[in-house]
Design a protein around this ligand. Structure first.
Ligand code: PGA
Length: 260
């Protein structure tokens, strides 16, 4: 079997990219109302969630049969605590939709970590696996909280966050890095790669070096996102700044909606 290269689509700005991905998800909800979505937090998907919230209000997107699984959560934080990823998702997406609470799956940061990771893996299996996984990428190349390391974990696990990752999350904690938890629970690499489709969003110049390595570089556990090269259906959706380190054909650089 040959694997296609990661598909790269570049848009002039993050809002346009988010609009196109939101349209794609809207279409998916129409075509497969019981779709299983894997969701990500961070600054990057905010435009996407804003757009989905807007489309839900204006067009009545129906989320009632949709199941969601988020990628990660901080250890020690209650789902309702400020700074938790669960709270982030409530604010940016969940409360704007008619998603049923029992179909929203989230790692619980206050649960026993080992049992919680096993429970989550079982829940993903029981849901029939993830149809479409939305991903961001850290400036260090992490996906979910799979941090660069000599070895990566296949399944959902507890992980110590790298200083760069804690700095990247400081905004959720009033800008105070010290308040960012030191550990998290994260879906593992194999579970991410088992999603039927991956859509990784990246915006801004700070992501350009990583993105160039993901597309042109070798597979390496020191850049977990490089493992997207092993997936048969992975899309990289970039704004112009995040794509600035790539050597792209003119066609790709102009963005082609049919790639989605
Ligand atoms: P960001 O984080 O969207 O806030 O840059 C992405 C990530 O760390 O996965």
């Amino acid at each position: 079997m040959t694997l296609p290269d990661i598909r790269v689509t570049v848009f002039p700005d993050a809002q346009t990219a988010a609009r196109v991905v939101a349209e794609r998800i809207g279409q998916l909800l129409h075509d497969k109302p019981d779709v299983v979505l894997g969701l990500a937090t961070g600054r990057t998907p905010i435009h996407l969630y804003d757009e989905l919230a807007r489309m839900t209000a204006s067009r009545g997107l129906d989320w009632s049969k949709v199941t969601t699984f988020n990628l990660d959560e901080f250890v020690g934080l209650h789902p309702e605590e400020p700074g938790s990823y669960r709270r982030f998702m409530e604010e940016h997406l969940f409360r704007h939709t008619n998603l049923r609470p029992e179909r929203i799956n989230f790692l619980v940061g206050t649960a026993d970590p080992d049992e919680e990771c096993d429970r989550y893996e079982r829940a993903i299996l029981q849901a029939g696996g993830i149809d479409v996984q939305i991903l961001g990428i850290g400036t260090n190349g992490h996906i979910g909280f799979n941090e660069p390391s000599p070895g990566l974990e296949a399944r959902t696990h507890r992980i110590t966050l790298q200083p760069e990752t804690r700095r990247g999350n400081a905004a959720l904690f009033g800008g105070q890095v010290d308040r960012v938890p030191t550990e998290a629970l994260s879906v593992g690499m194999a579970t991410i790669l088992q999603a039927r489709k991956l859509i990784l969003l990246a915006n801004g110049e700070t992501k350009a070096r990583c993105i160039a390595e993901v597309v042109h570089g070798p597979l390496t556990t020191m850049l977990p996102a490089s493992f997207l090269q092993l997936h048969h259906d992975a899309d990289l959706i970039l704004d112009a700044a995040a794509a600035s380190g790539l050597s792209l054909t003119r066609e790709k650089a102009e963005g082609k909606r049919e790639h989605l």
